[in-house]
Design a protein around this ligand. Structure first.
Ligand SMILES: CC(C)(COP(=O)(O)OP(=O)(O)OC[C@H]1O[C@@H](n2cnc3c(N)ncnc32)[C@H](O)[C@@H]1OP(=O)(O)O)[C@@H](O)C(=O)NCCC(=O)NCCS
Length: 226
């Protein structure tokens, strides 16, 4: 290794520590991709081995721990998480695939949850009671969304405010989930309806949890973007 490479790697390490110092209490093994923006980062808690892909945007709210991301969770490129007065909690070993959006007040996502690309979890609705005031001026309301452990959400779904998705449920691609989903059920469509219940089967032997695809690079975000 050339001397300048060593110097560059030491400098990177120092900058890395400085960047992570403001991000959370436990941040070992965290990888953050290029052009990531963490807004209000003192309210964003990242667990160990969290990976955040390139171009993600995470908007912490206005109170401590308003966004928390559990150990081993991978947020792939171009995802957006945004809360203002509430909390978004993502559990351990989850994956949020490219172009997902999680927004609103109070979203609780359990452990081992897989969320495929282009899914929107929208825990808020515009108020539109009045006709004489623009919808944009009537404010928003939020009841919150709960997604329990081991749920698989297919690509391109919309999960609407007030919904609870029970443990082990599967949501078919392109579904709009408007009502609670029973645990271990398979639902699909718009609005999502029950297809069947999951039953114990003879699948392949369980292996390790799907390896995290490390989309996040170890490069530091450009100055001023974090
Ligand atoms: C829901 C899913 C898991 C299949 O579950 P399944 O229990 O094997 O369901 P089947 O394929 O036997 O289909 C059962 C019925 O549901 C319908 N169905 C299946 N998936 C559907 C979907 N996403 N939307 C609407 N209807 C769907 C089928 O057309 C079939 O209807 P029919 O009985 O009238 O013919 C699968 O269709 C799916 O949507 N996978 C998501 C894939 C994905 O997004 N991958 C991203 C990378 S992880």
């Amino acid at each position: 290794m050339l001397l300048c490479d060593i110097a560059r790697s030491v400098a990177n390490e120092v900058r890395l520590r400085t960047v992570y110092a403001g991000i959370g209490r436990r941040a070992s093994g965290v990888l953050i991709g290029r052009q990531v923006r963490l807004v209000s980062r003192k309210y964003i808690q990242l667990g160990r081995r969290v990976h955040i892909g390139d171009f993600c945007r995470i908007f912490g709210g206005s109170r401590p721990d308003s966004i928390s991301i559990g150990d081993g969770t991978v947020i792939h490129d171009f995802c957006i998480l945004r809360t203002s007065a509430g909390e978004i909690q993502l559990g351990r070993e989850c994956s949020l695939n490219p172009y997902c959006v999680v927004l609103g007040e109070d979203v609780a996502i359990g452990n081992h949850v897989r969320i495929a690309s282009h899914t929107v979890i929208a825990a808020e609705n515009h108020i539109f009671d009045r006709l004489d005031v623009p919808i944009a001026s009537q404010g928003c309301q939020s009841r919150g969304i709960v997604i329990e452990d081991d749920v698989w959400i297919g690509a391109g779904c919309a999960i609407l405010d007030g919904v609870t998705i029970g443990t082990g449920a599967v949501i078919g691609a392109g579904s709009v989930v408007t009502k609670d989903v029973e645990q271990f059920s398979v639902v699909a469509g718009t609005p999502a309806r029950l297809i069947r219940m999951r039953t114990a089967g003879q699948g392949p032997a369980p292996g390790p949890v799907e390896a995290a695809v490390h989309v996040a690079s170890t490069e530091l975000p450009e100055k001023g973007t974090v």
